[in-house]
Ligand binder design. Structure first.
Ligand code: ATP
Length: 252
């Protein structure tokens, strides 16, 4: 379970995240949508404990992230939008390093590591330095590292970017399996089809505030949107202007 209470982040006089209240229960995949600069990454980074909130509370599985950071972080796996890995470690060394950060090592971790590397088609690259990995391979290694310590909660920023169709499908199936076993996922995405297809509930964030939240059916009902697509709803709620006159851009 993830619970955010009045979560706020200010940079000087600018408010990037403005008093967000949200509860994502166990077993739910919640999608976070919003235009560029809306505050998605800032929110996810605060939940992951990378960025300190100006005010408000983050709870992971009932543990307050500020008061019990170790306990809360042990329950969580974070997949950032940019896959940072240490270039001079091999894939296997990187996974062992992350597992050790969570105080886990030994045969069980070796087995889990082999299982994850195999699942993501990285087994043949296990002992290669990650500097030779492609963007997608790095992304898959980061995803594996977020799963290595068996978290209860996954916080993930734009997971599908850079993944080939097979890996994207695998991730989708993994996330489904994870939530069906009681795991909790908070995922940001710009891909509305991914959100519509995968998420149990969706929150639309704009200007640091959640401006709409619910299942697709609830959102359509709430905004009297008939059978509107998520794209139509999204553009309506975030003030998109999809019917611009663009001819002049190419006028000579
Ligand atoms: P995108 O879809 O483009 O990734 P986002 O919804 O993830 O956007 P954030 O990265 O959370 O948006 O940024 C929210 C706002 O906070 C933006 O206006 C951004 O410029 C601002 N911001 C983020 N980090 C800082 C910082 N370190 N200092 C000042 N402003 C910041």
């Amino acid at each position: 379970m993830i619970r955010l209470t009045n979560l706020t982040k200010r940079y000087g006089s600018f408010t990037a995240v403005d008093g967000i209240d949200l509860e994502v229960p166990s077993g739910e995949l919640f999608g976070f949508l919003g235009p560029n600069g809306a505050g998605k990454t800032t929110t996810l980074r605060m939940i992951a404990g990378i960025l300190k909130p100006t005010s408000g509370v983050v709870e992971i599985g009932g543990d307050d992230l500020e008061r019990k950071p170790r306990k809360a972080k042990t329950r969580m796996g974070f997949i950032p939008d940019r896959p940072f890995v240490y270039d001079k470690l091999t894939g296997a060394e990187f996974l062992r390093f992350v597992a050790a950060l969570y105080g886990q090592e030994g045969p069980a971790i070796e087995r889990r590591m082999d299982e994850l590397l195999k699942l993501f088609d990285l087994a043949p690259w296990k002992d290669e330095l990650t500097e030779s990995y492609s963007h997608g391979m790095r992304q898959k290694l980061i995803i594996s590292s977020a799963l290595i310590h068996q978290p209860e909660v996954i916080v993930v920023d734009e997971p599908m970017v850079g993944l080939d169709p097979k890996s994207a499908r695998l991730l989708k199936d993994l996330f489904r399996e994870f939530t069906s076993r009681g795991g909790t996922i908070l995922m940001s995405t710009h891909t509305l089809e991914v959100a519509e297809d995968m998420c149990d509930r969706i929150g639309i964030i704009q200007g640091g505030k959640i401006v709409a939240c619910g299942t697709m059916a609830e959102l359509r009902h709430q905004f009297a949107a008939g059978d509107a697509s998520l794209e139509d709803l999204f553009l309506r709620l975030t003030g998109g202007t999809p019917e611009l006159e663009l001819g002049h851009v190419f006028d000579r």
